[in-house]
Design a protein around this ligand. Sequence first.
Ligand SMILES: Nc1nc2c(ncn2[C@@H]2O[C@H](COP(=O)(O)OP(=O)(O)OP(=O)(O)O)[C@@H](O)[C@H]2O)c(=O)[nH]1
Ligand SMILES: [Mg+2]
Length: 280
Amino acid sequence: MRVRYLFSSRKTRQIDPFNQHKIAVPKQVSEIIRISDVVLEVLDARFLDETRNKEMEVIIKELNKKVIYVLNKADLVDIVKLKEEAERKELFPYVIISAKKGIGKGTLIERIKIEAKRNIKDKTFKIAHIGIIGYPNTGKSTLINFLTGRKAAGTSRQAGFTKGKKQIRLSKGILLLDTPGVLPEKENSQVSTKDLKKYGRISVETYDKVRDPELIVDSLVKANPGLFESYYKIDARGDSEILIEQLGRRNHFLIKGNLVDTQRTSRLIIKDWQESKVKK
Ligand SMILES: Nc1nc2c(ncn2[C@@H]2O[C@H](COP(=O)(O)OP(=O)(O)OP(=O)(O)O)[C@@H](O)[C@H]2O)c(=O)[nH]1
Ligand SMILES: [Mg+2]
């Protein structure tokens, strides 16, 4: 028999049973996973491995919830290659979308409906709760707006924009639950230089907020030989200091003593990378 879902706020599950504002973000997100019937894990299509939160996936598994991998920002990659990668990595089920450019809405809604019907735990609620989780800045809130066709969730270029939980009705019987982006606890508690480089590379920290921008530029330049040199048309031969020096001078990013403002120039390079102007 087809299950019919009715929407009414009385019938939605209690999300805030304790003083949620006093609870750390990862706890809030695990609470969302607990009350969800289906979880959308939003990944950045450019960085599938790096934006998977394995800790959250363990929680999802323990709570026996269904996960759908939502590969967002597909406008920034080759979709054929992305598909191959998702198959190779067995990210099943996955849906490829671009929340910003409007790709994949029908497929995703269809998949949500299928999994919601299959996985709704407590039939008395008759409303499928769809938790949306992921690393900061992967496009969770943009996704909600894309799906609902409304500016229901706040979005920002800044990572870490969504602070609390928010529930938005997608349709009769389907409730979307937005969450703040979370990093695995082990990355969050002791941030290493390696993590900082990763955050810059995958936009968990946006260019204006990254700590040690010169270090991040250096790691980006080393990891992508020739890429930045050809984008900026600067012969830096893999030396990030030369790249920063020459680009800063060219853009007149100078400080007292006619020196290049290396911070500002580095942030520009990171911005161009994060916005995929410079890409492989
Ligand atoms: N190119 C591209 N950019 C996107 C896409 N979806 C979201 N973005 C951009 O990514 C940035 C972050 O979007 P949000 O929706 O605020 O991301 P979020 O996951 O809710 O971020 P937090 O709340 O900080 O965890 C914004 O600048 C969006 O415009 C997409 O499909 N393609
Ligand atoms: Mg958000």
